[in-house]
Design a protein around this ligand. Structure first.
Ligand code: HEC
Length: 172
């Protein structure tokens, strides 16, 4: 009886830890591609910035790891395997605090973070999407929307082949 109870308990614990492993995997890696958020991306090199109006209404910074940045500096396309580009975005909002020191309202700054998008070059891992894998993260958690994930390649693929699916140009 006691052995039975112990067995039931250990099965329960094992089951729970297997489940939490699945959940963890699901939130850490993007669907379709299995791309994770690089741990140190916040320390990467700035490639450029962008600002989107309309529904996005955000301001963005595009950063690259060393492999991506070297390819940019040398004008090398396609990007080599191992290149990773991240796009950070924040609400684009006026700052009354900053405006207070100017003669007229003029200051816009980054507000709350919206999401981080990641493009990973690995031609062996992602042969069906031009060698790139994609992910989108909100508060560090992968967005689980498969349709959203499929939109990445279909839009980036509209570029000329010579641009290797990357929109952002290096800002010196
Ligand atoms: C409708 C078109 C469109 C879709 C869909 C789209 N992107 Fe982009 N993406 C762009 C454009 C245009 C830029 C450059 C301008 C900007 O950053 O706003 C860009 C920039 C980026 C960048 C910076 C590097 C680069 O290629 O310029 C990354 C990283 C990125 N997108 C990842 C993603 C991911 C991940 C998804 C899917 C979740 C995605 N994108 C979906 C159009 C798109």
């Amino acid at each position: 009886m006691r052995t039975g109870a112990l067995l039931a308990l250990s099965t329960l614990i094992l089951g729970a830890s297997a489940l939490s492993a699945t959940v963890r995997e699901r939130v850490e890696a993007s669907p379709v591609y299995g791309v994770t958020l690089p741990k140190d991306y916040r320390h990467w090199t700035l490639i450029s910035v962008a600002q989107e109006n309309g529904k996005n209404n955000d301001i963005r910074a595009i950063l690259g790891n060393d492999i991506a940045v070297e390819a940019y500096r040398k004008g090398k396309r396609p990007f080599p395997d191992g290149a990773v580009i991240v796009r950070l975005a924040w609400r684009y909002q006026s700052s009354s605090r900053n405006d207070a020191v100017f003669p007229a309202p003029q200051s816009f700054v980054a507000g709350a973070a919206t999401n981080v998008q990641v493009s990973v070059k690995d031609s062996k891992r992602f042969p069906r999407s031009g060698g790139w894998g994609y992910g989108q993260f909100e508060n560090g958690v992968a967005n689980p929307d498969v349709t959203l994930m499929q939109s990445c390649f279909s839009c980036h693929n509209k570029l000329e082949k010579s641009e290797d699916l990357v929109f952002t140009a290096w800002s010196p």
